[in-house]
Design a protein around this ligand. Structure first.
Ligand code: BES
Ligand code: MN
Ligand code: ZN
Length: 500
């Protein structure tokens, strides 16, 4: 989809659909909607009187213009209460409006920057939000459908602004929004592909494509390299699968003179059957998305390669399947991680923390000064926080604050959980240093703290995206399937660290 910013008025513009808006309770619209109302001889005001609900959040009313405007039709987008409007609502509503426009087969769509007018949002941020909403909202995963593109996609999005002073800010925001949203959609693709396709080798191939296109350094550690580095925890998870494991390492050097290197670590289990501690077959298909943390890290690196913040980022994605077989890891086995710490494996389904343990140790070995990991780590997180919030665990107050602030700016919800050392009792083993399962109580916390045992003194934040990385239905800018949770936060975090 082409995106163009145009200085002008929505009235004369030749296009299929123009999106204007209406706050709840407004009887006589002003701004762009007011101009459209005038051009239509008060038609919009009449519609408002007739259907008082059309300003409600998420309402879309299609009005045909029959030649009175350049546009064939108008989508009147309900923004809800003005006092409750926000960037995230602009993002979600734009997604809804664009899908409505696509449904009525629009090829060229014009819009104003919703929220930049009387709602008082920052012009650049609002432009970014609506472009993100448009691109994330139109996302479709159709690789495995035989009838390609049943509904033709929108080809052009024109952002119309009458005030020329705002154009620069809108241009910048829109370009950033395009980069961010395309990276989110890229991560969604990685997540939505089934596991027979999205193997560890494929993950490494996609990482290679990103590195090539955006000028990042790449190194993929093969099984032999993992053996040489003594990564016994990652290898233990991989030993039951015929797919060889890979540890993807991408490097972005945005501030070569700085000693700071931030590690982005993402869980890359391309299929989690549970291993010998096998999962029930119901919904096991969902475990193709157990690489969503890794997918988010790769998506974020794609944006970072384009936005070029002044910061050094090291991305690590340990990739393997977790499968049962004659060679699989057994409950009761004791493995030695790269750090030297020994782990009693009580449950082979608690595999994420094992591969992340070695990835975090390797990140430190490569010089990471701060670490953030993203992982679909625990079912307990879905029970505790549902699909709304990701769960956060840290060993460092300041770093955690930095991460959660970036998440808030990106409008991704994250909630910190307690990290008191009493919880560590649950993961101490009687015959090894650690055990990989702390039982049911506080399952998200003990899983996170297990990874923290390998971060040691290095500032570290863990984000459990088990509930947020996938949606069961279309809502706002999300779709059924992978959401790309974490991508926007990781991009925002790199941007913030690069502008300190
Ligand atoms: N990948 C799962 C966690 C998960 C569950 C992600 C549901 C997304 C949706 C993880 O590897 C797992 O199996 N965790 C176990 C840990 C337990 C065995 C200690 C769990 O949560 O049941
Ligand atoms: Mn598991
Ligand atoms: Zn898993």
């Amino acid at each position: 989809m082409n995106i163009e910013i145009i200085n002008g008025s929505v009235i004369e513009f030749l296009c299929d659909t123009v999106i204007v808006n209406l706050f709840e309770g407004v009887l006589v619209p002003d701004g762009a909607t007011g101009a459209v109302d005038k051009a239509l001889n008060g038609h919009i005001s009449e519609i408002i009187r007739d259907m008082p609900g059309c300003g409600k959040y998420g309402e879309t009313t299609i009005v045909h213009t029959f030649g009175a405007l350049g546009a064939k039709r108008i989508i009147l987008l309900g923004l809800g209460k003005k006092s409750e409007f926000s960037l995230d609502k602009a993002r979600a509503l734009m997604a809804v409006a664009m899908r409505t426009a696509r449904k009525v087969r629009s090829k060229t769509v014009a819009t104003i920057v919703h929220g930049a007018g009387s709602a008082g949002l920052d012009d650049s941020q609002a432009a970014q939000a609506i472009v993100e909403g448009a691109i994330m909202g139109l996302y479709q995963f159709r690789y495995y459908k035989s009838a390609k593109d049943e509904v033709p996609n929108i080809e052009d999005l024109l952002i119309i602004e009458s005030d020329s002073i705002k154009l620069d800010a809108i241009n910048k925001g829109a370009e950033r929004g395009r980069i961010v949203a395309e990276s989110v959609n890229y991560a969604r693709n990685l997540i939505n592909h089934p596991a027979h396709y999205m193997t560890p080798a494929k993950m490494a191939w996609y990482a290679g494509e990103i590195a090539k296109q955006y000028g990042l350094e790449i190194n993929v550690l093969e099984k032999e390299d993992l053996e040489q580095n003594g990564m016994g925890a990652l290898l233990a998870v991989a030993q039951g699968s015929v797919e060889p494991p890979k540890l993807i390492v991408l490097k972005y050097l945005g501030n070569p003179t700085s000693q700071e290197t931030i590690a982005y670590v993402g869980k890359g289990i391309t299929f989690d059957s549970g291993g010998i501690s096998i999962k029930p077959s119901q919904n096991m298909d969902e475990m193709k998305r157990d690489m969503a943390g890794g997918g988010a890290v790769l998506g974020a690196m794609m944006a970072i390669g384009q936005l070029k913040p002044k910061v050094n980022i090291l991305a690590l994605v340990p990739c393997t399947e977790n499968m049962p077989s004659g060679s699989a890891l057994r409950p009761g086995d004791i493995i030695t991680s790269m750090s030297g710490k020994t782990i009693e494996v009580l449950n082979t389904d608690a595999e994420g923390r094992l591969i992340l343990a070695d990835a975090v140790t390797y990140a430190k070995r490569l010089g990471a000064s701060k670490i953030i990991d993203l992982a679909t780590l625990t079912g307990a997180c879905v029970v505790g926080l549902g699909t709304v919030y990701s769960g956060v665990i840290t060993n460092n107050r300041e770093w955690c604050h930095t991460v959660i602030s970036a998440a808030q700016q990106a409008n991704e919800k994250m909630w910190e959980l307690p990290n008191d050392e009493e919880y560590l009792e649950q993961i101490k083993s009687s015959i090894a240093d650690l055990k990989n399962s702390g039982g049911r109580p506080a399952g998200t916390i003990t899983a996170g703290l297990f990874i923290g045992q390998f971060a040691e003194k290095t500032p570290w934040v863990h984000v459990d995206i088990a509930g947020t990385s996938d949606a069961d239905k279309e809502k706002g800018y999300n779709h059924k399937g992978g959401t790309g949770a974490g991508v926007r936060t990781l991009i925002q975090l790199a941007t913030n660290l690069g502008t300190l």
